[in-house]
Design a binder for this molecule. Structure first.
Ligand SMILES: [Zn+2]
Length: 137
């Protein structure tokens, strides 16, 4: 499994499908698929050797010495990792939208509706109110 290390806040974050940031938001990374990942410029990728890691967890001793597992730094040149330049990166404060498919779809629909001249529920209710007001006056 791939993880990233932040030399600023010393956080270690496991990569997943959605972009994940370190505690100080200086670095991020995500899996593009089961093997390939993309990370920000300052992120230092590390790997856990899955079999030895799961073995260490599965056979966790009650006391005494813990079971070692293999972890390694991933070389700067690695064909399964793409480094995304900071200038091409979505800022952390906007990232939530791109990581929440429902919210993103909702925003896209809203933009489509606005482009097509369709009214929002609020605008519709304002029109109804105007009609009602005309009838009463
Ligand atoms: Zn950090």
């Amino acid at each position: 499994m791939k993880l990233i290390y932040c030399s600023n806040c010393h956080d270690v974050v496991r990569l997943m499908e959605n972009r994940r940031f370190c505690e100080c938001k200086n670095i991020w990374g995500r899996y593009v698929d089961n093997l390939y990942a993309e990370i920000s410029e300052q992120a230092i990728p590390i790997g856990f050797e899955n079999s030895s890691f799961y073995n260490a967890i599965k056979n966790r001793p009650k006391e005494g010495m813990g079971i070692k597992f293999n972890a390694f730094s991933i070389p700067e040149k690695c064909k399964t990792i793409t480094v995304v330049k900071d200038k091409d990166s979505i800022p952390p404060e906007e990232a939530w939208l791109f990581e929440n498919k429902e919210a993103l779809e909702s925003v896209k629909r809203g933009l489509d509706d606005a482009a097509a001249g369709r009214l929002s529920k609020f605008e519709e209710s304002l029109e109804e109110f105007d009609e009602l007001y005309k009838d009463l006056s």
